[in-house]
Design a protein around this ligand. Sequence first.
Ligand SMILES: C[S@@+](CC[C@H](N)C(=O)[O-])C[C@H]1O[C@@H](n2cnc3c(N)ncnc32)[C@H](O)[C@@H]1O
Length: 210
Amino acid sequence: MAETATITGTAPAASVNQSLINQLYLPVKRWFLLNFKLDSTYFKKQPDRIWLDQNLYPRLAKIKQGRILFVGCAYYTWESLKHFNKGVDLVTVDIDECNIIWGGKNHLVASILEIDRYVEASSFDIVLLNGIFGHGVDSPMMQIQTFKSLHRILKPGGLLQIGWNHDLTPDPLNFDISKELYYKTDYEGLPERTTFPDSTHVFDFLRAKK
Ligand SMILES: C[S@@+](CC[C@H](N)C(=O)[O-])C[C@H]1O[C@@H](n2cnc3c(N)ncnc32)[C@H](O)[C@@H]1O
């Protein structure tokens, strides 16, 4: 069973403790870290982050409902979660339990390779998979498994947005499985693929085939 930032257990003492952690300890610690310890200025200046902030997130912010999976949480992605409308069922996931603090209210500690064991099949409209291939999900076997697992949890026609670096990983869209399970698409006026002259980042949009 997935571990979530919000406790689902029944033991009253555990619930009270977890509730205190979620409502007091984590927000205070986050505030302290963001204001006194960590600096996301470097990330904000990177072409890929600028593209996300100026192009992708404003489009996603217009979505009023549905289910979105945000994969991989870090201090510099915390602000990104604020773009999403309250009506959206936003689920965050990271394999590292230390990153619960940078996840949303509905956070899973789980590997994306087996996310289909933790959430309902065909339940997500969008999966945002940025900086995961080449940052933990590195081998062809792992990436193929991720494509399979995400296809199971996406609705037919659901959107898979992948951000990856061409100096860290070969083109993941060259896997047969990606062509079998997905088709390339543009998204709300953004092209199928975006690259940058002075960065190794690549952003792709795919949709899940039926
Ligand atoms: C480069 S970081 C941040 C990625 C973030 N989504 C972004 O936009 O930059 C990569 C994150 O992926 C997480 N990660 C690595 N392997 C994973 C896996 N198998 N399942 C889920 N998260 C994973 C790491 O713990 C780390 O927080």
